[in-house]
Design a protein around this ligand. Sequence first.
Ligand SMILES: Nc1ncnc2c1ncn2[C@@H]1O[C@H](COP(=O)(O)OP(=O)(O)OP(=O)(O)O)[C@@H](O)[C@H]1O
Ligand SMILES: [Mg+2]
Length: 303
Amino acid sequence: MLLEVKHLKKRFGNQVVLDDININVDRGEVLCIIGQSGSGKTVLFRHIIGLLFPDGGEIRLDGQVVSTPTTKPADFDRHRKRFGILFQGAALFDSMNVGENLAFPLREHTTLTTKDINKTIGEALEMVGLKEEFKAKMPSELSGGMRSRVGLARAIVMKPEIMLYDEPTSALDPIMTDKINDLIISLKDRLNMTSIVISHDIGSAYKVADKIAMIHEGKIIFNGPSAEIRWSRNLYVQQFLRGYRERFYAFDQEDKYSGQADISKIKPGRPSRKGGAQQEQNAPLSVPIDIANKKFEMPARPR
Ligand SMILES: Nc1ncnc2c1ncn2[C@@H]1O[C@H](COP(=O)(O)OP(=O)(O)OP(=O)(O)O)[C@@H](O)[C@H]1O
Ligand SMILES: [Mg+2]
């Protein structure tokens, strides 16, 4: 197994944020970690890349223990370069143009010649669907989606073994979201890249993931093949999926079902994805009953 998280525990003060987390990902797999806001996704992410260390449990890479409660940040340094990281908002260096942003990690961490650096940058830009001319652009001249692509290109120039994404699509429109999702899939197909994608968008998770782990209040409440999550009997999993299902039926496929969907009526009852799950439990069902009872068909995976 390439990466294993075992019995991971973390608390901040009195608050237990991660409570016995167990997940793993093998080479070439895409694991999506989903969950509501505040459930502990980013804290888990920061443990995996060695920016935080656990209070209990451990993380292994290729079977070797790399993170425990006694690991020092400096001990983790040699493992960190195995990861490519895409933070939300891409975190580009604003004073450097795109080419310099991409060259930066190569200059810092490799002995490549300028010629080879340029070649690698060209390949990375091509892989994320940007033309070479983009090298001269400043980050401030780019749209959010373009910044994400450049961030992704910068992460892959180092040819990482594992790509980690924290909410790569949360600030993007649906079309750009699809493009970033396609890129995650093409990295897997072209480079057999292993990826861990944090998301609160179940639609993206269905699209890109081989496996899904759902985290709720610091505990894993579903962990398995993405096709199986809809069979989970866990209340919170179902509520999370229902939030998506209602959006899916009420808007995307509105014309397929009898009766007009009155969006002004639907909105107030929609479970807020950020709201407390307990409160949602008693919320009135906000779609017509014939729609609510239909078995949910997952969108087809584009592969
Ligand atoms: N450095 C910290 N110190 C104290 N508490 C923290 C720290 N980092 C995170 N937390 C707390 O841990 C909990 C989980 O936060 P986390 O950022 O992992 O949520 P998340 O699942 O990523 O949410 P979102 O979807 O909004 O990004 C929150 O209650 C947060 O306040
Ligand atoms: Mg987060």
